[in-house]
Design a protein around this ligand. Structure first.
Ligand code: ADP
Ligand code: MG
Length: 699
């Protein structure tokens, strides 16, 4: 058997494959294109396409596809065979440069948030040359960005690439001010930790709520949940281990740097983390990871749940986005340097991040909003919906000392002065003790813990990159026009920290005291998706994204509409599913059980002289009381759902608000009745697998 080093990236048309198969001149030109993140020039496209096809066909590929990430949150693909008729019933295999560079999928059935009404239905896909093509199941995949006829972004990739460009431009301006001319490119890097649940597929199939909605809409608490803390980092069950081994092998072949795997806090919950890479590649790889998690699980008769909260009362699943900035010379800009000069630069990037998160906290919050995450956030297991930043006591003390122009007493840092002071390195264990913070500095990167498990890495990354670019551009403006650079830098760092330190909080984010304090500090609290999403189209957001050329106002408005529509639709699907299950499975189960008891009473009356039916009466009364409640709650949910249909299609904001204010609470009420009935109904009559059965189904 081949080892992982030998199989890694074998299905990827990576640098080694390019070098081996392209004429040297073409290879060099393609490398330059990739380094600049530019589209492929037409004169070399045909040669590259042909080499790619030859390579792919040798590996058994028959088709190619432009692979893109529309606003559905998942990926889209349309496969085309290489096969081309050649006359006389013969065929050749061909793949032109034009077909490699650009595709024209019909965009009309993908969400556009109204952009299609004003523009054309056609969409274009353009190869993102910085993300390698790869082969999966007999098809050559070309990672692409997807936009409309006039270049409007219709996907996650286009704005992500634009935000990377903006950040690169502004970060380079700053580096030049520090006299750094060797760096040609600054890339945001991301390592996305992915949490998920695994349950037996047979159980999954019996739960229509999991099949339609990805989460359980009801289910009583099992006798044993995560109380004992015995699952986190626990021994992997053989079936889980076999699944993970196969998953790693598949991911490695596709060039995904899957690195760590372990059990998470809740029973049946696990995590996978890759080694970080450029954010656009990290985003592509995370999409592949989510897809393969589900596909490989299926082969093991398992279902992989990527929903943020598949089971109430247990920890939900997040996607921690570890984010940093790296130069093409290999420097991590959030790593404290070796020299005072490097540290001045580090401190500047650090306070820029502090300002970016403080100034654009609401947009960052909005980027983490989806219907699933509403069940996860604020749950004492995941960050609260107040954005704050953890820096750790040491770094905070350094910044405070700087701000106060005081001396910071530490053996390594006798005096904190910009451009003079050497800073200590912050080992991970002293910086990462606080797991409650939504945005934590972890020694040389930030870990954004708010995004949910199912979300695209691109969503929060676009905001982070753009916000950072914007702050850096203002910093560069100030510093470029300064007469005395060192003096201006000193003032800028101090002033920025003073103005934005309210966002820094090193305490327990789950504590109620923090909510009060955050309020006093003027930090906003947007608990639900419907509260958070409007921030994405606020005047401040429109101005930010326009300034950095990441979104036009029209694109941003369309995006808001898509998210709101998605929210309302998701809740409507959930409500309809719950109603269907209650009517077709729960109510009949109640009848069956009550029938059983009634038959028992009848039997006793007929056959027993000394008759006591206390237990039967008690149970029947309990059943009828709860069933009556369930009926009321069912009617209320049906009414809420019916009322909401008035907003269908034309008013996404109203539809979303109605869903949040009326449908969600009505579902909660109905769930309570069902959960109560579950606890007293005879097991043989309960039609669906319970929480206990699902969570402990992978033996
Ligand atoms: P934990 O679960 O304790 O948060 P992990 O080791 O599972 O930590 O995940 C840390 C993630 O951060 C990994 O994906 C890692 O590659 C990533 N990471 C490390 N350094 C950087 C960096 N400079 N930029 C982006 N991500 C990084
Ligand atoms: Mg983590």
């Amino acid at each position: 058997m081949k080892n992982s080093k030998e199989t890694f990236g074998t299905q990827v048309f990576n640098d080694a494959a390019m070098q081996a198969r392209l004429p040297q001149g073409v290879y060099k030109s393609l490398k330059q294109t990739i380094a600049r993140g530019a589209p492929l020039a037409h004169d070399i496209a045909d040669i590259v396409a042909n080499a790619m096809k030859e390579w792919a066909v040798e590996q058994g590929a028959t088709h190619f596809t432009h692979w893109f990430q529309p606003m559905t949150g998942i990926t889209a693909e349309k496969h085309e065979a290489f096969l081309t008729p050649k006359g006389g019933g013969r065929v050749i295999l061909s793949f032109s440069g034009a077909a490699l560079v650009r595709g024209e999928p019909d965009a009309s059935s993908l969400p556009s948030g109204g952009l299609r009404a004003t523009f054309e239905a056609r969409g274009y896909t353009v190869w993102d040359t910085t993300s390698y093509a790869f082969i999966k199941e007999g098809t050559l995949y070309i990672p692409t960005a997807f936009c409309g006829y006039n270049g409007e972004a219709l996907d996650m990739k286009t704005p992500l690439l634009r935000s990377m460009e903006a950040l690169n431009t502004q970060a380079l301006r700053i580096l030049r001010l520090f006299g750094n001319h060797a760096v040609n490119r600054v890339r945001p890097t991301v390592g996305a930790e992915q949490e998920y649940f695994l349950i037996d597929k047979d159980m999954y199939r019996q739960r229509p709520d999991l099949v339609y909605c990805g989460r359980t809409l009801f289910g009583g608490k099992p006798p044993k949940g995560q109380e004992l803390g015995d699952h986190y980092f626990g021994k992997l069950l053989p079936r889980v281990s076999a699944f993970m081994t196969e998953l790693d092998a598949e991911l490695w072949k596709l060039g995904v740097y899957a690195k760590t795997k372990h059990n998470e806090v809740a029973p049946a919950q696990h995590e996978l983390a890759p080694v970080f890479t450029s954010v656009n590649v990290a985003s592509d790889h995370n999409q592949l990871t989510m897809e393969l998690l589900q596909r490989v699980a299926d082969r093991h008769n398992l279902a992989c749940l990527l929903h943020e909260k598949p089971f109430a009362g247990l920890n939900g699943s997040g996607k921690h986005v570890n984010w940093s900035l790296t130069t093409d010379t290999g420097t991590n800009l959030f790593e404290p340097g070796e020299t005072p000069h490097e540290n001045a630069q580090f401190l500047l990037f650090l306070v820029a991040a502090i300002q970016a998160v403080d100034e654009y906290a609401d947009i960052l919050r909005a980027a983490s909003a989806n219907p699933g995450n509403d069940h996860r956030l604020n749950g004492f297991e995941a960050p609260s919906t107040i954005i704050s930043m953890f820096l750790g006591t040491e770094l905070t003390a350094i910044l405070e000392a700087l701000e106060a122009k005081e001396e910071y007493q530490s053996p390594e840092t006798p005096k904190v002065e910009i451009g003079v002071t050497t800073l200590p390195h912050f080992p991970r264990d002293t910086t990462d003790r606080n797991r409650t913070s939504p945005f934590a500095f972890t020694g040389n990167k930030f870990e954004f813990r708010m995004p949910g498990a199912s979300t695209s890495v691109a969503r929060p990354s676009i905001v982070l990159n753009t916000a950072m670019a914007d702050v850096l551009s203002r910093f560069a403006d100030t510093l470029e026009s300064a007469e005395d650079f060192k003096h201006a830098l000193d003032k800028l760092v101090r002033r920025t920290f003073r103005a934005h330190k309210r966002i820094v909080y090193n305490g327990n984010n789950y504590a109620t005291e923090w909510h009060e304090e955050a309020h006093a500090r003027g930090l906003s609290h947007l608990p639900r998706t419907v509260d958070a999403l409007p921030a994405l189209c606020s005047p401040a957001s429109v101005a930010l994204f326009a300034r950095q050329q990441v979104f036009t106002e029209t694109e941003l408005t369309a995006r808001c509409a898509i998210h709101l529509e998605n929210y309302a639709k998701t809740l409507r699907i959930e409500a309809s599913t719950l109603i269907e299950i209650v009517k077709t499975q729960i109510i009949p189960a109640c009848f069956h059980y009550q029938n059983d008891i009634a038959a028992l009473v009848e039997h006793k009356i007929e056959h027993l002289a000394a008759y006591d039916s206390a237990l039967e009466r008690h149970t029947i009364t309990q059943m009828s009381t709860l069933s009556a409640e369930m009926l009321d709650n069912l009617r209320a949910l049906e009414a809420a759902l019916h009322k909401g249909s008035a907003h269908d299609g034309n008013a996404p904001a109203e539809a979303a608000l109605h869903a949040a204010n009326h449908i969600a609470p009505a579902m909660e009420q109905l769930r309570k009745s069902v959960d109560a009935l579950e606890t007293i109904t005879a097991k043989k009559h309960w039609p669906l697998p319970t929480y206990g059965m699902m969570l402990y189904s992978v033996g």
